[in-house]
Design a binder for this molecule. Sequence first.
Ligand SMILES: [Zn+2]
Length: 484
Amino acid sequence: MYRFAIALLAATLSPFSYAQMPVSSETRATVSRIVGDVMVNGQAYEYDRQLADTVGPRLTGSSNYVHAVAWAQDQFKQLGLSNVHTEAWKMKATWEPETAATGRIITPREQTLHIYSMGWSPSTPGSGVKGDVVYLQHLTPEGLDAQKDKIGGNVVLLDNKSMADLELTQLLRSLDKLGRLGPRAVMIVGGANGTESASALSFDGSIAPVPIAQVGYEDVQLMKRMLEHGPVSVEFSFKNRIRKDVEVNNVVAEIPGSELPNEVVIVGAHLDSWHPATGAQDNGTGVATALDVARAIKASGKAPRRTVRFVLFGGEEQGLIGSVAYAKAHAAEMPSIDCVLISDTGAQPAKGWYVMGREDETPALSNVEPLLAGLGSNQTTTSVEFLYETDHIGFDVQGVPTLVLWNDTDKYFKLHHKASDSFDSVNQADLNQGVATTAATAYAIADSAQRIAPHDTPAQVEEFLKKANQWDDYQYFKSTGVLP
Ligand SMILES: [Zn+2]
């Protein structure tokens, strides 16, 4: 209520009006055409096929990523969008696996390990890593202090119990401390034996101080049981291609507004992916969504009042790096960015939108919900479970209203970052439903006589992050330059 009262007050005082963000009958008519076009003639499925099957896995800064940047620009140009360009930012390092990891338990007996290099891990030394295994009970400052005499020069083993109940930033801080204790290497538990689940343990694109390997769950349990009966030693090796200080591009394109071209609604998605498969749903379907929203709005022949800007970010999987770089580079423009809509949770049916704790967006969205009811995607959630998980956050912390597409994710998380994230997993009708949801919402926000919600002041951002128990994490990310 306090926020709503402020919004109402702001509506009477500020040049931008907010009350409820009405959706005119004209807007409704255009949105109906757009939704019909997407559901019948949607091209997102084909865009995703091209990205996944012809471009392939797109590790940030890799040659496939560079190919994807060119491909996306071409698509936007073919659609007749304006101001199609790239915006470069600097990545501390790029990383690609060169040789597959191999590894084995040596003592007490030989056993081949199901092992992979973690993302952004350095290569093992030429002769590989060989050493005694130390299981770390607790990856906490106290836990590290308790075992610090055993860590130097050994291979540290971490499993879910070691990392239990750790918040993201506690994990990052403790990993930093662990690195300074000089282990020879680190082995961290992954999924079931044989299922690589790609990820990196840094949040800023830096290369880890020591080799980090991901080992299958069952193998980790075996080593822990063996350790209860005596020493265990292992050896493993992998080689990664690493380049430092690499320029990476985001892709930008626009549909200029008909009346308020300086006010902007951003539709964004990350273009990079991990490597075990082709990133068809993480985040090929997000990119395909942005492209098909652009196609459908263009095809409607009716540009909304405000400019709709499409931004494809790199570096998301390494810590939201491309979107934060964009949000920092456009800090002066933030007051005229009305809303940022992000899609990054796959292609299962959309339920509606995460308002990322911004409850003051829901009154405005209540006018959009009738447009989405027929699609079954007219819900909103204030859950902040994914607050630091995707590309909206660099805008949120600068007070800009954001929306993240809220999909069912039970199937999505089974293939997330794994070798099963391939195009055959994509359901065309469900993908189109998500595209139609995004197109309808973005158009309604861009075409309304009023803005969706006021921008939060720094004090309101602080209040909301504290309310969401996310203030400490934000302070950490801010202090390490990860967030603006
Ligand atoms: Zn993603």
